[in-house]
Design a binder for this molecule. Structure first.
Ligand SMILES: Cc1cc2nc3c(=O)[nH]c(=O)nc-3n(C[C@H](O)[C@H](O)[C@H](O)COP(=O)(O)OP(=O)(O)OC[C@H]3O[C@@H](n4cnc5c(N)ncnc54)[C@H](O)[C@@H]3O)c2cc1C
Length: 379
């Protein structure tokens, strides 16, 4: 594995770092506390090219590789993981799938505004009764000839109220089970589409997570992505890549908490010396840094395989599993290193711990990642 970054990759990382420190850091505590969606910050992320990084320039994207995307995601999430998830869903779960599997007309009409960040995308797979088991879709899409009629409810949808374009999964033919699932491009203005309640969350509180309701929503046939019955394959395909983004989100959270802890441990004194001089604290720092480095390498490996167009299913699951556990472990230790100050908002690390938890849940829980990894090992 080549561990040297290109000049372009380093420039992207630098731009994301500077953006995060100047545009995201001010107000991150308030946005978390008051659950404010970072609309202005996301608009600027679009202008900077962070919303469609891997989309080809032909459709308004940055034409960058997955490594650049990982570097940018990590820098953004070091400061604000809520902005990170908006970026991750748009890039990995919406734009990537649309470019790879959408028709030319769909790319022209829907992908370009998403890639430029003019419109935000949402990925709508989960339902009240279908989370880890995404095959048991209850939302239906009845084939009516030149259109489909969508009925049902989606749960936990990131960007639920801020999106303009929604990729909605629904069951067309129950008999065919997951081979009967389709994915549709639904726009916010379609009659019968209602945005439901906003969830009050433990972490990533700046992101807006909503339930969505569909009652006889008429979706033109040309809005179906891929062949009839391709939806489940599309969902699994985009989630494979999405996991690299969430792993990078976890890495960013862990790195942000670690850097704050390292600095604090060299400033705070107890018993006449800086706390970093107490071996118990120094060893915590050693463990944190080691796990962060291991996460980084697993993520870069998955990104490298994806860029090389090799199979990255196991690699992305391993990266997400390990990086999300690292984010939890590191942020808990970060609070411990900060002592009482770690328990209050001004020092950021308590927010980082709350934000870290979601990385073990969405885009496949840690248990689901173990299923993916073990299936690959045993095939
Ligand atoms: C903040 C947030 C944002 C989200 N954003 C989106 C989004 O944008 N789009 C979207 O479609 N979804 C989204 N989700 C949904 C998320 O992907 C699901 O919550 C997740 O997949 C888990 O599904 P579930 O909540 O139904 O849990 P369940 O599937 O009910 O799982 C409950 C527990 O059982 C375990 N479990 C389940 N099956 C197995 C098994 N076979 N073996 C071992 N253990 C198992 C799980 O690991 C978990 O610990 C989001 C969720 C949250 C909380």
């Amino acid at each position: 594995m080549n561990l040297t970054f290109t000049e372009e990759q380093l420039a992207v990382k630098e731009a994301a770092k500077e953006f995060a420190e100047t545009e995201l850091l001010p107000g991150v505590i308030e946005r978390d506390e008051k659950e404010i969606f970072p609309a202005e910050q996301v608009r600027k992320m679009g202008e900077m090219g962070f919303m469609g990084m891997m989309v080809s320039p032909e459709y308004g994207g940055g034409g960058m590789d997955t490594i650049s995307y990982v570097l940018a995601m990590t820098e953004i999430c070091k400061v604000d993981a809520s902005c990170g998830v908006v970026m991750s869903v748009n890039n990995s779960l919406v734009c990537w799938g649309l470019e790879k599997y959408g028709s030319e007309e769909q790319r022209q009409k829907y992908l370009a505004p998403l890639a430029k960040g003019e419109v935000i995308g949402a990925f709508c797979l989960s339902e009240p009764e279908a989370g880890s088991d995404a095959t048991s879709q209850r939302t239906t899409a009845e084939d009516k000839g030149d259109y489909y009629l969508i009925n049902g409810t989606k749960n936990w949808i990131t960007n639920g109220n801020s999106a303009g374009t929604y990729i909605v999964y629904a069951q067309t033919d129950k008999e065919k089970r997951h081979h009967g699932i389709n994915a549709f491009i639904v726009t916010r203005d379609m009659p019968g589409f209602v945005i439901g309640k906003k969830e009050k969350k433990l972490g990533i509180r700046g992101s807006d997570t909503h339930s969505l309701m569909f009652t006889d929503v008429k979706v033109p046939k040309e809005n179906r992505i891929g062949e009839d019955g391709f939806g489940f394959k599309l969902a699994m395909g985009v989630l494979n890549g999405g996991r690299i983004g969430i792993a990078a989100q976890a890495l960013g959270i862990a790195t942000g908490a670690f850097e704050r802890s390292l600095k604090y441990s060299k400033e705070r004194k107890a018993f006449g010396v800086e706390i970093s001089k107490h071996q118990a604290i120094a060893f915590k720092l050693a463990d944190m840094a080691t796990n962060i480095e291991a996460s980084r390498l697993l993520i870069l490996n998955a990104a490298r395989l994806k860029d090389a167009k090799k199979d990255y299913t196991k690699a992305s699951a391993m990266a997400k599993l390990f990086a999300s556990q690292t984010a939890m472990d590191v942020t808990i230790e970060a609070i411990q290193i900060h002592g009482g100050y770690g328990y209050v908002k001004e020092y950021h690390v308590e927010r980082m711990m709350r934000d870290a938890k979601i990385t073990q849940i969405y885009e496949g829980t840690s248990e689901i990642q173990k299923i993916v990894i073990s299936r690959d090992l045993l095939k």
